[in-house]
Write a protein that binds this ligand. Structure first.
Ligand code: ZN
Length: 160
């Protein structure tokens, strides 16, 4: 079957930046399960997967606006060190995660003070063109519980 809304896609990918540097490579890992058509992944990738089938291998370039968004200038925020589990080891330019009301958020350390850390809230990959190499391993219909949960279950089971 071809990938459409409510398909569960099993895939592997390799992600590179414009310079060809590998950002993330899952080609040797267990495939990742994704429920298609529910906005679980970036729009550019979801669009590119539609209509593909198991066994397909292809490359996709996702522009920033369809990926992690454009970089915004006014995204520096000063936060107390208590929000950073790893505050002691942080240095400018490092990526870390802070807890927000909306859940975890990836940030880049801008400046480290005595009690506070200034972070850049832009996603580390904001503004970057993303080069995906994709391998569609399998495509199946979603189960009822996957549709109810709004996400895929790797083994088709609903305990997680
Ligand atoms: Zn679930």
């Amino acid at each position: 079957m071809n990938i459409e809304k409510n398909s569960v896609v099993m895939l592997r990918y390799c992600l590179r930046d414009d310079a060809g540097e590998v950002i993330d490579d899952t080609m040797k890992d267990e495939p990742i399960a994704l429920l298609h058509g529910h906005g679980n992944i970036m729009p550019g990738l979801e669009k590119a997967l539609s209509g593909r089938a198991a066994g397909d291998e292809f490359d996709v370039i996702v522009e920033p606006v369809d990926g992690y968004g454009l970089r915004k200038d006014d995204q520096i925020q000063r936060l107390s060190k208590k929000y950073f589990p790893d505050a002691k080891r942080l240095k400018p330019g490092m990526h870390t995660v802070v807890q927000t009301k909306e859940g975890q958020r990836q940030v880049t350390v801008h400046k480290v003070g005595g009690k506070v850390i200034d972070v850049d809230l832009n996603h580390p990959l904001a503004g970057q063109r993303l080069h995906f190499q994709l391998n569609i391993v399998d495509v199946r219909e979603a189960t009822e519980s996957e549709l109810a949960h709004g996400h895929a279950h790797a083994d088709g089971q609903d305990h997680h």
